[in-house]
Design a protein around this ligand. Structure first.
Ligand SMILES: NC(=O)c1ccc[n+]([C@@H]2O[C@H](COP(=O)([O-])OP(=O)(O)OC[C@H]3O[C@@H](n4cnc5c(N)ncnc54)[C@H](O)[C@@H]3O)[C@@H](O)[C@H]2O)c1
Length: 453
């Protein structure tokens, strides 16, 4: 099939590469000229496992290309995906300006019928608004055809985006037009060979399903984090509780890990947008507000532990951070918990030595001044950043940090203290090695005298 994808961001680029992998001819239209130039040179603009080889292979085979020009992109396409950003507006609602601008442009330039698909996460009713914009303009131009608009929300997870797209848990197609639904069913058939999980529904239900899914997952995280808060007070290990409840199939083992809060480009903004939708409907979104408030609090937890440990005096302390990306497997820093911690540490006068396998360039771009002054040092080596540190904080659970040589770490640190923001370490083992260990909602283990800074 000939496909056009508008927006070469996280979703657009992954979708483009994966559709090309299945033998489609894909042209990806991106308004940022630098991004287009890099992609056409074969450079993946995001870090995502498996993406780079696909990009190189399909640029070379001619199945994938990038352009700045929408008219070129849609010229011969049967399906046009809209995959542009829908960031939070000032009041928390989804900012649809990019999506609606694309709709206007499509109405202006389409010369033949095709199916337009909203892949961006958009509020209920957006497919209708996009269809109205395109079709009104087509009518003004005297074109003798109308466009059907479908909703096809994306459920990929950053860090395993290519895998998720190639083997989706489900594909949702929200569309009232039978012929368009059939075309999309054919497009997705190769991705669903092993299990038929294509769900067809109204566009409005598809749009809402995406928000409800993200809000539910965020709720699970905030729930377990609240339980962790209680565990910390009651001298109970949340990890034991997690295992205790996760074995119940009604609860399940996913998304019940206590930690330092959720971040990323989706959960925070989608929870905010759903809160705004409820408000607009005159409803009180009590659960969603609590989920958001808990998460904001959670992102400050590690800093509170550090402040408590150093009796409020962080000035002159050296803190090592392992992991800056909002989750492992990506270089995405959007709304990452690490940034809240980093801001607080820098403001308190600590020196931070941070390590991330792929996100240090993004951190350097945001914190140029702190890097220039030497208050923030970045490295890709986990051992170099613990040298001379008064505390080590694990923020993002990259595989590289899962089983480090703690004897070596202890020898390099000034003070052997570990704050485990993702509860991945065995605190007893660390205590035996001479560390003081503090997790999220776990008993404090080991001892360490705080030396004067
Ligand atoms: N990132 C994720 O993990 C994820 C997962 C599922 C759904 N989503 C949703 O998918 C949508 C896109 O998210 P993303 O993370 O890929 O965003 P992104 O910000 O990474 O990418 C959006 C891209 O669209 C481009 N763009 C904007 N307007 C354009 C236009 N008129 N023409 C051409 N290009 C244009 C931007 O330059 C940018 O490169 C959002 O609605 C998001 O909520 C994201």
């Amino acid at each position: 099939m000939r496909i056009c994808i508008i927006g070469a961001g996280y979703v657009g680029l992954v979708a483009a590469a994966c559709f090309a992998e299945m033998g489609n001819r894909v042209i990806c239209v991106e308004r940022d000229p630098l991004r287009v130039a890099r992609l056409n040179r074969g450079e993946a603009t995001i870090y995502e496992p498996g993406l780079q080889p696909m990009l190189s292979a399909h640029l070379a085979s001619g199945h994938l290309s990038f352009s700045q020009h929408l008219a070129e992109g849609v010229a011969e396409c049967e399906v046009v995906f809209i995959a542009v950003g829908t960031p939070s507006g000032e009041d928390g609602s989804a900012d649809l300006s990019h999506v609606l601008a694309v709709a206007e442009e499509l109405g202006e330039i389409l010369q033949r019928a095709c199916v337009v698909v909203d892949k961006s996460t958009v509020p209920v009713g957006t497919a209708e608004r996009v269809a109205q914009r395109i079709n009104r303009r087509l009518e003004q131009r005297g074109k003798g055809f109308q466009i059907a608009v479908a909703s096809n929300p994306e459920f990929l997870k950053e860090g395993s985006a290519v895998d998720d797209f190639m083997r989706p848990d489900r594909v949702i197609i929200g569309c009232d037009d039978l012929a368009s639904t059939e075309l999309l069913r054919r497009l997705y058939a190769p991705f669903l060979r092993n299990h038929e999980r294509l769900l067809c529904m109204s566009a409005r239900a598809a749009e809402f399903s995406k928000y409800a899914a993200n809000a539910f997952l965020a709720t699970k995280i905030s729930f377990i984090n609240e339980m962790a808060g209680l565990c910390a007070r009651l001298d109970v290990d949340i990890e034991e509780v997690r295992r205790g409840i996760g074995s119940d199939s009604r609860i399940g083992t996913h998304f019940i890990y206590a930690g330092c809060g959720y971040g990323g480009s989706c959960f925070p903004k989608d929870v905010r947008a759903l809160i705004r939708t409820a408000e607009q409907e005159g409803l009180e979104p009590g659960i969603l507000r609590a989920v958001e408030a808990r998460n904001a609090l959670q992102k400050t937890w590690l800093f509170q532990l550090l402040r408590e440990h150093f009796s409020g005096h962080l000035q002159g302390r050296v803190v090592a951070l392992w992991g800056m990306a909002f989750k492992p497997g990506t270089d995405d820093l959007r709304e990452a918990p690490s940034l809240v911690l980093l801001d607080a540490l820098l403001a308190a006068g600590a020196t931070v030595q941070a390590c991330d396998p792929v996100a240090t360039a993004g951190v350097a771009a945001r914190y140029g001044q702190a890097v220039a002054s030497g208050q923030l040092r970045l490295s890709e080596s986990p051992y170099s950043v613990v040298e001379g540190a008064d505390a080590l904080v694990l923020v993002t659970e990259w595989k590289q940090f899962r089983q480090p040589d703690f004897t070596r770490v202890r020898a390099l640190m000034r003070m052997p203290v570990v704050f485990d923001g993702r509860n991945i370490y065995d605190g007893r083992q660390l205590a035996e090695l001479g560390f003081l260990y503090r997790g999220i909602g776990r008993p404090v283990l080991g001892r360490c005298m705080v030396r004067a800074a």
